[in-house]
Design a protein around this ligand. Structure first.
Ligand code: GRF
Length: 222
């Protein structure tokens, strides 16, 4: 049997998206994928407790004074874990260029809106959903994209829509979008791991096999 595809995660917060990856890929039903570790951008991030409970290795990036220092730490840790795929799951920092280059086409981010709207530096957490409500858009959603050198800008791999309803608050939109994130992120990682999608040299996303037709992912509860 071929070796498992090794998935590393970068996160800053509570880690519910990390948990969705663990639930999908860790365990006897998924011997060909493995969540090998999570790097938290700060001590005390909730994702570290989830990693401990799941028996997944973890590391905390030291408060690096230079972006070179951050790049060296990330490269060393990801290489040590022999990471095939890197997933940014609620990671608040910009990934250093050296890491983007080393993992180009194998590094994904999830964003809680429909990019290219409502993304970029400073657009995270409640700010995204506040901006969505203030703009009056009726549809928001979740986006998974390949990571490049800028925040939330890389080629889009997949998206899923979520309605904005009358009376919504940033919290209620966030909760509705998060449910979808937990489904779309593992599905996107599986698509990349299985070779159903890839990033071409010209930075276009190419679906090699149809995906939504065969995925069991739906936008409904349950
Ligand atoms: C998610 O909405 C993710 O898209 C965003 O930050 C949130 C993280 O949630 N970038 P969690 O830490 O995975 O629970």
């Amino acid at each position: 049997m071929s070796e498992a595809v090794r998935i590393a995660v970068l996160a800053s917060g509570g880690g519910s998206n990390f948990q969705a990856l663990v639930d999908r890929f860790q365990g006897p039903d998924s011997p060909e994928r493995e969540v090998v570790g999570v790097i938290a951008s700060r001590e005390g991030a909730g994702v570290l407790d989830r990693a401990r409970r799941a028996g997944v290795a973890s590391a905390v990036s030291p408060p690096a004074s230079t972006s070179d220092g951050a790049a060296i730490f990330l490269r060393r840790t990801l290489d040590e874990w022999r990471s095939d795929i890197v997933v940014l799951a609620g990671y608040m920092k910009l990934v250093p260029e050296a890491v983007v280059r080393a993992y180009r086409g194998r590094i994904l981010n999830i964003h809680p809106a429909l990019l290219p709207s409502f993304g970029g530096q400073g657009m995270y957490g409640a700010r995204v959903h506040r901006a969505v409500i203030d703009a009056g858009v009726r549809i928001t959603g979740a986006t998974v994209h390949f990571v490049d050198e800028a925040y939330d800008r890389g080629p889009i791999l997949c998206q899923w829509p979520v309605p904005v309803l009358a009376g919504d608050t940033p919290e209620s939109v966030a909760a509705r979008v998060l449910t979808v994130e937990h489904r779309i992120l593992p599905a996107a990682v599986e698509a990349l791991a299985s070779g159903a999608v890839r990033l071409e040299a010209d930075r276009r996303v190419r679906w090699v096999r149809e995906w939504f037709e065969t995925e069991t992912f739906t936008n409904r509860e349950g």
